[in-house]
Design a protein around this ligand. Structure first.
Ligand SMILES: Nc1ncnc2c1ncn2[C@@H]1O[C@H](COP(=O)(O)OP(=O)(O)O)[C@@H](O)[C@H]1O
Ligand SMILES: [Mg+2]
Length: 341
């Protein structure tokens, strides 16, 4: 539904002075949504609230840094990529972590959020010892910057614990606090990768519906395909609108990877009428286990291992997928709105 906001409405929603709103309108027209004409009057689109807040922040940053503003600061919200699967044990956590490292090596600022309710274990694979998790934002009033732990290659690791997807039971005040923290996170990073765990619970599914993009981890195991299909079907019926990607993990040959990807996309196209784009494969390789024993992500443990190269290719092909240059809405806000129902 379209929302029509007058300048007074917008001023109230953004907490910006009307004069400042007019100034930003003339100064940053390309960063703001077009106004809508209704009954001979021009209104602001509902999207303008976030857009003006963004521009306000950008302007503040530019002013503070004068001409030295880096491109990374002139950005909107991060791409929020959810890594999921129908069933557990398919390699989501390994892929989320190593993909984050490869994105970071490609010059992106990456945060990886451990949001697996059952088995939060990114920190184990990354060899870090987080003291806090997202829940402490609510319970101890911490800022998100206080719970992010620096991981390999400078990625940020956000220990989720049961904090992030268990918000359905929280009070409105707690949610506002959490949302502010999650939005900060989205504004700070270029890419936020969320290890969601298997998509069996409604908490995970609600989050997936809000993500910008979903990466399904498949394996040659036939039940992994059936469960992945079941999950995507549920998301499809809830009108998930973003792109769906697949990566096939633990393959022994290229042919096998192609077979699995095609079987999944074929089924989805036939029964749900939507496209799944395969973005890569990862071989079954003993390096993964060896790296785990060493509490080191495999792409750091052995950068030239086949699996590491596979993830590098995966990162490159995901970066080639079009995303709007300046993303003006927050995936976590969509999620909060969804669970408020
Ligand atoms: N490409 C691979 N080759 C060999 N073993 C793998 C590979 N990917 C994952 N594994 C192993 O499979 C198990 C599950 O991986 P994990 O990333 O924890 O999956 P999930 O997060 O989906 O439960 C781990 O023991 C991991 O070492
Ligand atoms: Mg996992």
């Amino acid at each position: 539904m379209t929302t029509y906001l007058s300048i007074e409405d917008l001023a109230r929603e953004t907490a910006l002075e009307e004069s400042l709103i007019r100034f930003y309108e003339s100064e940053y027209p390309q960063r703001l949504p077009k106004k809508i004409l209704k009954g001979g009057v021009l209104f602001f689109d509902g999207l303008a609230v976030d857009a003006f807040k963004q521009v306000h922040q950008l302007h503040g940053t530019n002013a503070a840094l004068s001409e030295k503003a880096t491109p990374a600061l002139q950005k909107g919200y991060a791409r929020v990529l959810a890594v999921t699967s129908g069933k557990g044990g398919v390699g989501k956590t390994n892929i989320a972590l190593n993909l984050a490292i490869e994105f970071q090596r490609l010059g992106k600022m990456v945060l990886v959020v451990d949001a697996d309710l059952g088995m939060a274990n990114i920190h184990l694979l990354a060899g870090i010892h987080p003291e806090h998790n997202l829940k402490d934002i609510i319970t101890a009033g911490l800022k998100v910057s206080e719970i992010i732990v620096e991981g390999p290659e400078g990625i940020g690791i956000v220990p989720g614990g049961a904090g992030v997807l268990a918000l359905a039971d929280s009070t409105p005040v707690e949610r506002v606090r959490m949302l502010a923290a999650l939005e900060d996170m989205e504004l700070a990073a270029d890419i936020v990768i969320v290890d969601t765990g298997a998509g069996m619970s409604t908490g995970v599914r609600d989050f997936l519906l809000s993500a910008d993009e979903i990466l399904f981890v498949l394996t040659p195991d036939i039940t992994s395909l059936a469960d992945a299909y079941g999950l995507l079907k549920a998301l499809h019926h809830e009108n998930y609108g973003g792109p769906v990607y697949s990566v096939v993990n633990m393959v022994t040959t290229l042919q096998q990877s192609a077979d699995v990807a095609l079987r999944f996309s074929g089924c989805v196209r036939q029964f749900l009428g939507r496209e799944v784009v395969n973005v890569g494969y990862i071989l079954k390789d003993a390096t993964v286990g060896a790296a785990t024993v060493n509490r080191t992500p495999f792409s750091v443990y052995d950068k030239e291992a086949r699996v590491s190269k596979n993830v590098r290719n995966l990162a490159a092909s995901l970066l080639q997928k079009d995303m709007p240059e300046l993303k003006l809405n927050s995936a976590f806000k969509r999620y909060m709105n969804l669970i408020k129902r």
